[in-house]
Ligand binder design. Structure first.
Ligand code: NAP
Length: 291
């Protein structure tokens, strides 16, 4: 049996992992969130990992409030960066393989072709900077680790763009959504399956350190996603495209282009990735009670 620790397991990705756990008989899961295991507490981490003989640590815990992080910088860096120093040290001491989730926000979005793992990083928000610092701590520590950069994550769990648009498109006659940010949605369930398959198929045993990209296939703007949500849910709500500067609520800067190239995870790790529209439909069917 492999002992797998999931931190931040009340969040979107952690909840998807929890839902899948019955399909992986050879894993013994330890699902935790801040009340059981605070990743910013090195002593707690060490005690938990040691006493449960953990083999794989999937770190889903993070400070993910992108706009709030612009002013709450100390807390964002404490959770997204400093904690990764502690997690890495504890994983090394206890011979644990670390799977850490990072973000497209480590890039500035100035490219217009998909980002490879080797492209220059240059975050433009405090959240992005804190996540990059976390990546750098993991890499510098020498821990055996896989960092997975993902983008535009959503799930039937938690708060996210998909659930917000689904709700608002039922309540309103029209909505405005930005069309000048281009990226790729990631259904957290698909990412959760990919992570568990990597462990189950022993694809990580020969890995010392690697960074890979993962999002769903295809490319869209937020406007396209909102349009598809209204369409698939049968809403009559009219979705109107606007430019980012017309949207007043965003405090943090977002990359205008953050499509991730998934060639590496597909070719080197054998991961098959669904198209965003197929996964979006699956999530909407779940949210609308259609299966
Ligand atoms: N959401 C996105 O669009 C997106 C895009 C790219 C990458 N990512 C990355 O993907 C990963 C998973 O994201 P997600 O959307 O699933 O995140 P999420 O839903 O915000 O879940 C994160 C979980 O971590 C918990 N947490 C916060 N501080 C903690 C601490 N000190 N110790 C233990 N747990 C703590 C949170 O609790 P509270 O809710 O109580 O704070 C929450 O339950 C993160 O690394 C994130 O940076 C996300």
């Amino acid at each position: 049996m492999k002992n797998i620790l999931v931190s931040g397991s009340n969040g979107q990705l952690g909840s998807e992992l929890r839902e899948l756990c019955n399909f992986y008989d050879s894993f013994n899961f330890y699902f935790t969130d801040i009340e059981d295991l605070d990743i910013s507490d090195k002593h707690q981490l060490d005690f938990y990992v040691k006493s449960n003989k953990i083999d794989y640590f999937i770190n889903c815990a993070a400070y993910t409030a992108v706009d709030k992080a612009e002013t709450d910088i100390t807390n964002a860096f404490s959770i997204n960066a400093d904690s990764l120093k502690y997690i890495s040290e504890v994983c090394i001491a206890n011979k644990v393989f670390l799977i850490h989730i990072s973000t497209d926000y480590v890039f500035d979005g100035s490219k217009n072709t998909p980002y490879n793992e080797e492209d220059a990083v240059c975050p433009i928000s405090e959240y992005g900077k804190s996540k990059l610092q976390g990546e750098e701590y993991v890499k510098a520590s020498g821990v055996k680790a896989l960092i997975i950069r993902t983008s535009w994550l959503y799930s039937s769990y938690g708060h996210n763009f998909v659930k917000t648009i689904l709700k608002l498109s039922k309540e309103r006659d029209s909505l405005t959504v930005v069309f000048d940010q281009t990226g790729s949605l990631t259904y957290a369930k698909d990412l959760a399956i990919a992570i568990l398959d990597l462990i189950n198929d022993n694809k990580l045993e020969a890995v010392s350190f690697d960074i890979v990209n993962y999002s769903n296939e295809g490319v869209s703007s937020w406007y396209d996603v909102a349009f598809e949500i209204a369409n698939l849910s049968g809403s009559k709500c009219i979705i109107n495209p606007i430019e980012t500067h017309e949207y007043p609520n965003a405090v943090a800067k977002r990359p205008t282009y953050s499509v991730l190239n998934k060639r590496k995870i597909k070719n080197n790790y054998g991961i098959i990735i669904p198209h965003w529209s197929v996964s979006l439909k699956a999530c909407l069917d779940k949210l609308l009670g259609l299966y």
